[in-house]
Design a protein around this ligand. Structure first.
Ligand SMILES: [Zn+2]
Ligand SMILES: [Zn+2]
Length: 103
């Protein structure tokens, strides 16, 4: 994990927000994963991903509208598809349709 990220995830503001968000979800549906609604939510995910540029913007980092309670599985899927998207974007093909090695 990047330093700025690990600093954020250990900050008191985030731990308080995370706790408040989870108890709010528990009050709504017992704290189920917001995607599959089958497994217990474990991870509070930022819909708009945190970056070094927005990590100090509490409208992004601490805003309940930007949070989602996910189970481990849905969280993995979310981040894997994100990785796939960026690979697709970066992947270039030669004139024969073979993918070129990344630069
Ligand atoms: Zn799930
Ligand atoms: Zn996430």
């Amino acid at each position: 994990m990047q330093d700025w990220a690990s600093e954020f995830y250990h900050s008191k503001d985030w731990l308080t927000t995370r706790k408040a968000y989870i108890s709010q979800r528990v009050a709504v549906d017992g704290g189920l994963c917001e995607r599959c609604q089958r497994r217990a939510g474990k991870i509070v995910h930022h819909k708009k991903y945190l970056t070094e540029n927005n990590v100090n913007d509490s409208a992004v980092t601490l805003n309940h509208d930007n949070l989602e309670l996910l189970c481990q599985k849905c969280h993995n899927i979310e981040h894997i598809s994100q990785v796939k998207r960026s690979i697709t974007l970066e992947c270039k093909f030669d004139g024969y349709g073979y993918p070129l090695p990344p630069i």
